[in-house]
Design a protein around this ligand. Structure first.
Ligand SMILES: Cc1cc2nc3c(=O)[nH]c(=O)nc-3n(C[C@H](O)[C@H](O)[C@H](O)COP(=O)(O)OP(=O)(O)OC[C@H]3O[C@@H](n4cnc5c(N)ncnc54)[C@H](O)[C@@H]3O)c2cc1C
Length: 374
């Protein structure tokens, strides 16, 4: 049974908070703060669908995710706590189709037996206790129709949240509005620290929560860099290929062996997204199948990996979505800016959806704590 709930009753009253950002981090933080009893104003210069959170492949993954690495142990340990909380909440949300959250099997594949790799073995030991329907079995490779010529030798699977971000971001905004959060379209410019007092006066708030993703660099002076990704969108309505109802992944590290990573994830009722691109410090969004070879290679890699995709039809309306993961060297920044009433929640890299509920509960607790200090 879930120990945390999306409807957790408010445990603290009073206090007005400005949340900057309306991606998955900002809206989830707003909701958690509101449900703790705070008055909330959300300010953002972009809303869905023009936020990275809508681009996300939005597969819940135990850290580190297939597209990335963690630079330090503290951040990895904190990420695991956030992941656990999010899993519980997403599993609850999956009971309501309006949320766009689905619980579906995901399988991770490896070129070598997991037992040969101490690091992967440890990861498997951790994740198996945190998820539903965990299974470690090399037979998954043939059962799932993975190309035998590629030489995969081991695999494990579990039930994971997979999120249709179009529906989910709409749902999140709706929940925030229903809960009474005020939503304002506006840009904040310059140093947050320097303008803390004026922002608090302008919006009539007692504290500020910074959920600006890639935009946090400008507001904090921190280095937040783009890690460009792209997802090819296929029709998954059972017409030109059998409907794919589970996700398939190969990580960047270990078994990836320089081929890039594989990311095949069903989205909503009738879409499938294919990924496997992580390009540091690239921010041009004008790339697609028509003009960018690495995206065509990524497509070929997925078709070769899962031959059943050869009958696929690419979504004509939106063949490819491109976005910039907000990456920091030290991973997520979730902390109070020293000497201020600003709490940061940014830099989630390729895991912002996965971490969203865990981070947001922690944000709400930190804000409650700092206001209680006076
Ligand atoms: C191709 C791709 C695949 C991905 N796959 C996954 C996945 O499978 N699982 C997963 O968990 N994550 C995945 N991610 C990562 C995920 O998308 C991000 O980590 C997450 O969306 C970050 O959310 P955010 O709310 O912090 O930022 P954003 O969604 O970028 O939102 C930032 C918000 O801040 C606002 N803002 C910024 N600056 C200012 C300012 N100065 N003034 C006012 N407002 C401002 C913006 O307008 C926006 O509203 C993927 C990303 C990409 C690109």
């Amino acid at each position: 049974m879930a120990s945390r709930s999306v409807d957790e009753p408010g445990s603290c009253a009073g206090g007005r908070i400005l949340v900057i950002g309306a991606g998955v981090s900002g809206l989830t933080s707003a909701l958690c703060l509101r449900r703790k009893g705070f008055e909330i104003t959300v300010v953002a210069d972009q809303f869905a669908p023009r936020v990275t959170s809508v681009v996300a492949g939005a597969l819940w993954e135990w850290p580190p995710a297939v597209c990335g690495h963690h630079q330090d142990q503290v951040s990895l340990d904190r990420s695991k706590v956030w992941c656990k909380t999010s899993y519980e909440i997403f599993a609850d949300l999956a009971c309501d189709p309006a949320t766009g959250v689905f619980l579906r099997p995901v399988t991770f594949y490896f070129q070598h037996p997991i037992s040969d790799d101490e690091w992967q073995r440890k990861k498997v030991e951790e994740v198996r206790g945190e998820v539903q329907q965990f299974k470690h079995d090399p037979k998954l490779i043939s059962e799932n129709g993975i190309n035998p010529r590629l030489g995969y030798r081991d695999a494990y699977s579990y039930l994971a949240p997979m999120i249709d971000t179009d529906a989910y971001m709409r749902w999140l905004l709706g929940e925030a509005q229903k809960a009474g959060c005020q939503i304002i379209e506006s840009q904040v410019t310059g140093s947050l620290r320097e303008q803390e007092s004026s922002l608090k006066r302008q919006y009539g708030v007692d504290a500020i929560v910074n959920c600006t993703g890639l935009g946090a660099g400008e507001l904090t002076g921190d280095v937040v860099s783009p890690l460009r990704g792209a997802l090819i969108r296929l029709r998954n309505d059972g017409q030109t290929m059998p409907r794919i109802t589970q996700a398939h992944c190969v990580s960047h590290d270990g078994s990836g062996e320089g081929r890039g990573f594989i990311f095949i994830v069903p989205r909503g009722a009738d879409m499938l997204v294919l990924g496997g691109l992580a390009e540091p410090d690239e921010s041009n969004l004008d790339i697609g199948l028509h003009n960018y070879e690495p995206i065509r290679e990524m497509y070929q890699r997925c078709l070769e990996f899962l031959p059943i995709l050869s009958g696929a039809t690419i979504d004509a309306a939106e063949p490819v979505r491109v976005g910039l993961r907000p990456v920091r060297l030290q991973n997520v920044r979730l902390e109070r800016e020293p000497g201020t009433r600003i709490v940061h929640n940014y830099g989630h890299g390729g895991s912002g959806v996965t971490f969203s509920w865990g981070c947001s509960f922690e944000v709400a607790e930190r804000v409650a704590h700092l206001l209680a200090e006076g």
